[in-house]
Design a protein around this ligand. Structure first.
Ligand SMILES: NC(=O)c1ccc[n+]([C@@H]2O[C@H](COP(=O)([O-])OP(=O)(O)OC[C@H]3O[C@@H](n4cnc5c(N)ncnc54)[C@H](OP(=O)(O)O)[C@@H]3O)[C@@H](O)[C@H]2O)c1
Length: 324
């Protein structure tokens, strides 16, 4: 089968298309024919081996895995002997957070893993982009206890985590301010933000407004700089940065404003099922920026690394079309 592989950490062009062995499902696994997947920031971080910490998990000198890609939508091609919940031909979506492998024509997933029947009424591309950003945003918002009536600011509201953060915070009943660049103001309004701030024109930390939670879905805000924009008891929801780990530990003991840092989640099958329900109830839609064929993986990755994308960048693998 065809797969996008890499054998060393480095820039996007360490990726190349190669013929590799088709995986064989174990007894408790299904073999998925991947129709669509995404290139996300986790793929980029792992491919670059940056931050260095990722190498402690995925190989110190060289990557231990060859195929990136965590999110996917596709069709079950074969099932292991003990699989009961899925059958050949089922259309599924999900995420393989620690094993990756979705940038390939086929991948194996455990039946009990973060995999579910595809939500009705969405395209394969939308289903493929419905796990990574949304589940990270969900974990952040839940850890911060975001709820009805609260005011939340989503910084980076046009990105993968950000577009999910806006929609999920609205779903939880919060009043949402989205911060993005000029070209994305309309998009952020269209996904439900109550108001938008253009970060190229004004600085939200200086407008006198305060929030119960600030979600940094870019990774470049400082808690110190945002403290004055948090209400007493407010939380700073960080997605990145070692400094935030130290601050999370410190503020858990001292001060009434807390820093919470997103730790890459493990047990997420219930979250995939939650997203399926939300999508079917029309409470969530994945924002897709561009779609590339699998062969365009280097170009797609370069685009993601411009930090200019809105929502998600999709790779079409086996070119199936249509809605579930
Ligand atoms: N902890 C984890 O497990 C985990 C996993 C994945 C990602 N992350 C982190 O989460 C963050 C967001 O990831 P993502 O996948 O959502 O990224 P993304 O889709 O690339 O979105 C980032 C957004 O940042 C905005 N942006 C870019 N440069 C900016 C600047 N200078 N000032 C303000 N906004 C800027 C862009 O919107 P505009 O063009 O509208 O400004 C863009 O939409 C990253 O820091 C990433 O490392 C953490």
């Amino acid at each position: 089968m065809r797969a996008a592989v890499f054998d060393r950490y480095g820039p996007p062009d360490v990726l190349r298309i190669e013929e590799v062995d088709k995986p064989v499902p174990k007894d408790d696994e299904v073999l998925v024919k991947v129709h669509a997947t995404t290139v996300n920031r986790t793929d980029c971080g792992l491919r670059a081996g940056h931050p260095f910490l990722v190498r402690f998990f995925f190989g110190l000198l060289r990557p231990k895995l060859r195929v990136l890609g965590s999110e996917m939508a596709g069709e079950i091609e074969a099932v292991g002997a003990s699989v009961r919940d899925f059958a050949v031909g089922d259309r599924v979506f999900g995420i393989s957070t620690w094993r990756f492998g979705a940038h390939a024509e086929f991948m194996c997933m455990r039946e009990t893993g973060p995999l579910a029947q595809m939500p009705a009424g969405v395209s394969l591309e939308e289903a493929a982009a419905a796990c990574d950003g949304p589940i990270l945003a969900l974990k952040c918002l839940r850890s911060g206890g975001v709820q009805k009536g609260q005011r939340i600011l989503v910084y980076g509201a046009s990105g993968s985590i950000g577009t999910a953060g806006v929609q999920l915070a609205k779903y939880f009943g919060a009043d949402v301010t989205g911060v993005c660049t000029t070209k994305n103001l309309e998009l952020v309004e269209s996904i439900g933000a109550d108001r938008e701030i253009d970060h190229t024109r004004s600085d939200f930390t200086r407008n006198g407004e305060t929030y119960d939670a600030i979600l940094d879905a870019v990774g470049n805000l400082s808690f110190k700089g945002c403290k004055g924009s948090l209400k007493p008891g407010g939380v700073f929801l960080a997605t990145d940065g070692f400094r935030n780990l130290i601050l999370a530990l410190r503020t858990s003991r001292f001060g009434d404003k807390k820093v919470l840092l997103l730790i890459p989640p493990r047990e997420i099958k219930p979250d995939v099922l939650f997203m399926k329900e939300l999508i079917e109830a029309r409470k969530y839609r994945a924002v897709i920026d561009r779609c590339y064929p699998l062969e365009g993986v280097v170009e797609a990755t370069r685009y993601v690394e411009t930090w200019q994308k809105t929502g998600n960048v999709v790779l079409n693998v086996n070119r199936a079309k249509g809605k579930s």
